[in-house]
Design a protein around this ligand. Structure first.
Ligand SMILES: [Zn+2]
Length: 330
């Protein structure tokens, strides 16, 4: 069993230059347990979060430590998603739920952690700063290690799409794991933004992790008036008011909005239960449509297969070329 170290070690050792086959061949988990405390987006209440190492084949499993019994565990999978209105919530037959899982799951996908038990002592994952950055920091502190089992991925075998002209989401075959996203907002602060992302080149930490979620002032005021998003504030979201950004610190990236949509999509697609081998394209899509895309994919047994990756994941190739092909399908 080979320890592969933190992302800092990767950079220091030139790890990112090693062949993708080597990097992607084995399943991973955390070297050590790690925890933090934050506030829930919905309730505004304090919640404790702990990430625990797990055996190969476990996947990403959430556990409610404030509730006893077997029913308190929920796998982070599309078929356990019970709500996508404000954030992604998973639940089980006993009615146990865990909300706001999306940015933590995106971080685990982005840093290629296959197996982890996520303990929370309340009904939602803390929102932190509205990005993946604090979770990425936690995982780097814990460290990542390889397990003695080949990584399994869901290979896309044919194009699958959902939506209409207004919004759409597409999965397409392709070597590597690449993503593209386009948004168009009337707000002058956002406008039209297009961006691609390649999971295999280790760019998650640099390009997506710190991109925050965003909302519009009038929507947030309406939610607060209805008692929703009680924990939501300028500390955990970019708030847009017409052509203005209300956060005094401004944006972290000029195109922070589309970067966050890529981050969300990476987390949503990880709810396939395994990393995806193929290309995702979103056009003004969101959690609800992305989960519908996974339902459509898994409803067609000829559209996917589960494969072990030893030697199979190559560099992603041109995500731009794939985006052009995906646009033709959408
Ligand atoms: Zn998000």
């Amino acid at each position: 069993m080979d320890a592969i170290g933190t992302p800092e070690d990767f950079r220091a050792n030139g790890y990112a230059q090693q062949p993708a086959e080597r990097r992607n061949a084995l399943q991973t988990t955390l070297k050590d347990e790690i925890s933090c405390t934050g506030r829930g987006l919905h309730s505004g209440a304090k919640v404790g979060l702990a990430l625990l190492p797990a055996d190969a084949g476990t996947g990403i499993v959430f556990r409610r430590t404030d509730l006893a019994g077997q029913g308190a565990e929920i796998a982070a999978r599309w078929d356990n998603v019970v709500d996508t209105r404000m954030s992604t919530t998973i639940g089980n037959a006993e009615g146990v739920v865990v909300g706001t899982i999306e940015h933590l799951v995106a971080t685990l996908a982005g840093l290629q952690v296959d197996n982890v038990i996520v303990e929370v002592n309340g009904p939602e994952v803390p929102v932190m700063d509205g990005s993946s950055e604090p979770f990425a920091f936690l995982i780097e502190c814990a460290g990542i290690r390889e397990l003695d089992a080949p990584r399994r991925v869901v290979e896309i075998l044919k194009p699958v799409s959902v939506g209409n002209g207004e919004k759409s989401a597409v999965l397409m075959p392709g070597a590597g794991s690449t993503y593209s996203f386009e948004i168009e907002f009337a707000s002058g602060a956002i406008g039209r933004q297009v961006r691609t992302f390649d999971l295999s080149n280790g760019a998650f930490r640099r390009e997506l992790a710190s991109a925050r979620t965003f909302g519009f002032r009038e929507e947030i005021e309406a939610m607060h008036a209805s008692g929703l998003a009680r924990g939501g504030s300028l500390a955990n979201a970019v708030v847009v008011d017409g052509s203005r950004i209300l956060n005094p610190e401004g944006l972290r990236f000029r195109d922070e909005f589309v970067r966050h949509k890529l981050l969300d999509s990476l987390g949503d697609m990880r709810l396939a239960g395994h990393p995806l081998l193929g290309h995702f394209h979103g056009y003004r899509s969101g959690h609800a449509l992305n989960i519908e895309l996974l339902r459509r994919l898994f409803a067609d047994a000829s559209a996917w297969r589960l494969v072990e990756t030893a030697g199979q994941i190559a560099a992603g190739g041109s995500a731009e070329a794939r985006m052009r092909a995906a646009r033709a399908i959408a």
